[in-house]
Design a protein around this ligand. Structure first.
Ligand code: NAD
Ligand code: UFG
Length: 338
């Protein structure tokens, strides 16, 4: 029996494939490579010394999915495949709902027709919107999202929960990620954004490697200690390990489960810049810009539930996150094109 990892060539997916293989699972990857390179999987194979079965396929392509489920013995799907750029989702809402929501509906339909009713889904802290109180627990209310991308996560949580409610044979594990950064310690796999990075850490590393002149900090008048936005950054290897631990709930037939995956500690933009400089010795020039639409002051996780129920907690701190992001970027200035 194998774990099917959709979006497994991507940033979080490739790191999760490593942790799954290291834990002894057989892994099958499906990815349409719209935002990734097959090279990530070649490097995963080098890290683990194990073969990855790969299908270049789209979750919207029912026939391709049928073929994979007919051929492979899948016991659980870890579903990363999706579009994830917040700004792009505002400009292209149809594409986001189609790819993320319609794609997942097709995937889930093929799964149930093949008797596979176990799914671990990549959700996001974005479903908490602008939280009333932090840290947020899984009981904190879901709020309005500020962009179509966020809504796809919020809607898919609802859709998967309803499917589980109607058919209790389903195990649906919703993992709400906070802000994944860092890279595998080998420096051979990591985040590889297309074009100008949307997220903070890849922007910092591209400034550090000389690809961009300076970092723009989006606002320093937030209601936070130094005025810049506060987030819960989590090492991608810890996040990947969270998926391996979440499989326990599938094996226990736990039904519907929701977990925050974060460290429980908030860092501001300036904290992260300072830690990056101290850890790597590379200076990051920056200037303060206007606030970015839709950004919130602060959010970080209460991850107690994942600790108690999954035995999972983040092992790596922000220094390791900075050091590992930098190792990846400095060894691969052009990502998988090098
Ligand atoms: P990523 O873009 O690196 O990985 C997603 C992968 O899915 C890519 O390899 C892409 O080619 C593939 N894909 C997209 N649409 C597809 C389709 N229709 N069929 C097949 N493959 C498809 O992104 P990531 O950062 O690794 O994120 C993985 C998941 O985690 C996504 O669902 C994302 O929304 C979610 N998430 C990410 C973050 C983050 O900050 N990185 C935070 C919360 C949640
Ligand atoms: N920031 C800058 N300059 C940049 C990029 C970001 O100052 O060039 C700031 C932002 O204003 C924010 C912080 O850095 O205060 C973090 O921003 P990111 O874009 O890295 O992360 P977000 O918290 O805004 O959002 C990300 C994903 C969302 C996801 C969320 C939680 O983009 O989709 O993490 O997982 F929902």
């Amino acid at each position: 029996m194998a774990i099917l990892v959709t979006g497994g060539a991507g940033y979080i997916g490739s790191h999760t494939v490593v942790e799954l293989q290291n834990a002894g699972y057989d892994v099958v990857v499906l990815d349409n490579l719209s935002n990734s390179s097959e090279k990530s999987l070649e490097r995963v194979e080098k890290i683990t010394g194990k073969k990855v079965t790969f299908y270049k396929a789209d979750i919207l392509d029912r026939e391709a999915l049928e073929e994979i489920f007919n051929k492979e013995q899948i016991e659980c799907v870890i579903h990363f495949a999706g579009l994830k750029a917040v700004g792009e989702s505002v400009a292209k809402p149809w594409e986001y709902y189609q790819n993320n929501v319609a794609g997942t509906l097709i995937l889930v339909d093929v799964m149930r027709q093949h008797g596979v009713k176990n799914i671990i889904f990549s959700s996001s802290s974005t479903v908490y919107g602008m939280p009333d109180a932090i840290p947020v627990t899984e009981k904190s209310p879901k709020k309005d999202c500020t962009n179509p991308y966020g809504w796809t996560k919020s809607m898919l949580e609802q859709i998967l929960s309803d499917i589980q409610k109607a058919d209790p044979e389903w195990n649906v594990i919703l993992l709400r990620y906070f802000n994944p950064i860092g890279a595998h310690q080998s420096g051979t796999i990591g985040e590889n954004p297309n074009g100008i990075p949307n997220n903070l850490m890849p922007y910092i590393t591209q400034v550090a490697v000389g690809k961009r002149p300076e970092l723009g900090i989006f606002g320093n008048d937030y209601n936070t200690p130094d005025g810049t936005g506060v987030r819960d950054y989590i090492h991608v290897v810890d996040l990947a390990d969270g998926h391996v631990k979440a499989l326990k709930k599938v094996q226990e037939n736990a039904g519907l489960c929701i977990y925050n995956l974060g460290t429980g500690v908030g860092y501001s933009v300036l904290d992260l810049v300072k830690t990056f400089e101290e850890t790597t010795g590379v200076k990051i020039p920056y200037s303060i810009k206007e606030r970015r639409a839709g950004d919130i002051d602060a959010n970080y996780a209460d991850a107690t539930k994942a600790k108690e129920e999954l035995g999972w907690e983040a092992k790596y701190g922000v220094k390791e996150m900075c050091a590992d992001s930098w190792r990846w970027q400095s060894q691969n200035p052009n990502g998988y094109e090098d």
